[in-house]
Design a protein around this ligand. Structure first.
Ligand SMILES: Cc1cc2nc3c(=O)[nH]c(=O)nc-3n(C[C@H](O)[C@H](O)[C@H](O)COP(=O)(O)O)c2cc1C
Length: 113
């Protein structure tokens, strides 16, 4: 799996998604969660972000990781989503995810949610 993920990253693949968000225009804030894979988002998350016109929307990114935090994912989101307000994001260790409710609630509150 890690090798396939690395190949997808190196060849800038955009794996197809099996679903889509109906009425994306109804949303003004997108809370975007993903695991840190090789310092950034899984390539299918790039597929997702590029599938919609997100201009004018706010993106709140959060990731799980095992040491690298958000990596360069925030810069990558800003590159693929010009015209959006991309917040700094929240990084949570995968092993701490189940006990991070309070942290997540505080982060959402700080970001006006
Ligand atoms: C393909 C792959 C690449 C990964 N690359 C990183 C990485 O660069 N930095 C990091 O901190 N964790 C990395 N991880 C660990 C994941 O971020 C971690 O497993 C995940 O966030 C926790 O979710 P889980 O408990 O469902 O595995 C990687 C995991 C996989 C499968």
């Amino acid at each position: 799996m890690t090798e396939v993920a690395m190949q997808e990253l190196q060849s800038k693949e955009r794996p197809a998604l099996t679903g889509q968000v109906e009425n994306m225009e109804q949303y003004d804030t997108i809370i975007l969660g993903y695991p840190n894979w090789w310092g950034t988002m899984p390539m299918c998350v790039f597929t997702f972000l590029e599938a919609y016109d997100l201009t004018g929307k706010k993106i709140l990114p959060f990731c799980t990781h095992e040491g690298s935090g958000l990596g360069h994912s925030i810069d990558d989101i800003r590159k693929v989503c010009p015209g959006t307000e991309v917040k700094d994001g929240l990084a949570i260790r995968g092993s701490a995810a189940a006990s991070s409710d309070r942290l997540i609630k505080e982060w959402l509150k700080q970001n006006g949610m």
